[in-house]
Design a binder for this molecule. Sequence first.
Ligand code: SF4
Length: 696
Amino acid sequence: MTATQTHCPYCALQCGMTLTPEIPRVRLEPADFPVNRGGLCAKGFSAADLLDHPDRLLTPLVRKEPGNRDSPLREASWEEAYSLIVAAIGKSRERYGNDSVGAFGGGGLTNEKAYALGKFVRVALRSSAIDYNGRFCMSSAATAANRSLGVDRGLPFPLADVAKARTVLLVGANPADAMPPSMQYLDEGRAAGAKHIVVDPRRTNTAAGAYLHLQPSPGTDLALANGLLHIALKEGLVDSAFVEERTEGFAGVRAAVNSYWPERVERITGVPEAQLRETVRLLATETPSMILTARGAEQHSNGTDTAQAWLNLALALGLVGRPFSGYGTITGQGNGQGGREHGQKADQLPGYRRLDDPAARAHVAGVWGIDPDELPMPGLSAYEMLDRLGTDGGVRVLMVLASNIAVSAPHSNHVIERLRSLDFLVVSDIFESETAALADVVLPTAQWAEEEGTMTNLEGRVLRRRRALPPPPMVKPDLTVLADLAELLGRGRFFTDDPRAVFDELRRASAGGLADYNGITWERIDAEQGVFWPCPSEDHPGTPRLFADGFPRPGGRAKFIRVEHRDAAELPDTTYPYVLTTGRNMQHYQSGTQTRRVKALTVALPEPRAEIHPDLARRHGIADGDLVELRSRRGAATLRARLSDGIRPDTVFAPFHWPGANALTNPALDPHSKMPAFKVCAVSIAPAAPEGTQIR
Ligand code: SF4
């Protein structure tokens, strides 16, 4: 049997793996790819278990009684499913206009599917209503990087550079659990004497191995970063030559951080002054050094400003654009990077172009063969769109691809209510997710090992996902579904389901944009083990490291932006006296649609655990393993307690891989990125009756 080199279906590390078809199933082995270098985590090792999983959707499903979502789903032909979808789209467009039909995409879609979905909504549906779950992941760091550095590429250097840094500051990042094979680079650095500092309200596995662990109160990272810059200024640690030659706007930031003296920052964050001083001294003197943020810093109603505060610090210390040094953000979802570049965002065209930019509209319309005036203007961001589903002026017919928003969206009970209020819901997935269970039509889609495509990993390295085996007979890849539906809507001439042809069109559409893929071909990806964008022509080597010579901004300078601490959108009070923060476990991925079905992973971690400090547990009469009820202003969830002295006594942690955590979270949005405040909301805690996990 022929072995196929491909990549893991889960996170943005995109570990290389080899699949060999065997009877009765596929053999999966780690590959010696430059990112994972032969490593895989438990999720990657067990990924092939889902290919022939008994829960796999193998035919389209429709409601036994059309229009009644309480009636059971039954198997249907593709013709029947398509005719129901096209009829619902036609009716809605006629009655409410084009924007009443929309789509919600995902950061797990290949570049081709993300690109085709954006084009489908704008060209086939003629609607502005599209956004995706990456809005809930990367949008704050992306917004900050765009406005400050001129471009957002999660890591502007190869991951291997991390091993060469002598100081690494990880803010709200837990790679030891989220992407274990990446730890080899941190371990290598540590073995060579590097010092790692982790900023996290929990003593995660990453924090436990670090030289220094700063444990701020959730939602106070901005004050922490400003406080570090205050100390850097006072101690003469700012790289004045770098600031002078390569940046602009420092005066405003210097004035702003003047009021972040260490005692005040210690009061706001809870981080002792001595730790603040040691951190900034290490970053400034034990060089090269890096600052890496992740969702812990970014998923806040001030997430953009918080990411900006860390960027300001990195710029002031002169870290950016130097070897083995800089600022980066660690992308989470499998194609979280490529998925945010090619047009499934509400305001975006392929290649990181803006939908409201006349030149960008003209370029992309030219590639698509349409009049630029046919392109709609930007639509609403993810939560704004979900919040208005089924209302006057909102989306009434929604297509969801690669996203389980009933579990992953904030204030999930409200989102479920909005999904129920839709006139028509179509969900494409490999399993009947919690969102698919609400749909009028469920479409069975191909899995990663059954399709061709490209993915862009957390380093901006464009990779090939290769097909190792065909999908089951009645299962169609999403590209085929989009092309079929476009044909039925009379716009088929603009679409193809050939992944290579879609990629070649994406290359042309992205040409000249910030995320320029024009010079990247399948052959080059094969020969070079991935190609880093921007890569404007086939004779261009690609760009593993950004910013060495300048920033893609007017004048070539990076921009400091003044940012100020403000309280989280919701603070503890007497009714809800504690802070809930959410995050990941090592064994599970995203909303758990896949990993909750893998036996090896569910045996290792069968249910969500609320992490609680023993002092807090004692105060409420809670023992390890007891069921506890967490309650916020929006809902309640019952989880089993896991006592840990590694978490702050005023903070509770809940994983988001199961329904529950997001029944509690606050949908307050960051004004710049529209990121919801996943990482901070106020909750109460109480012992619960021993009846299993429940959500209300
Ligand atoms: Fe897959 Fe990420 Fe695990 Fe690698 S680290 S095996 S990409 S889930």
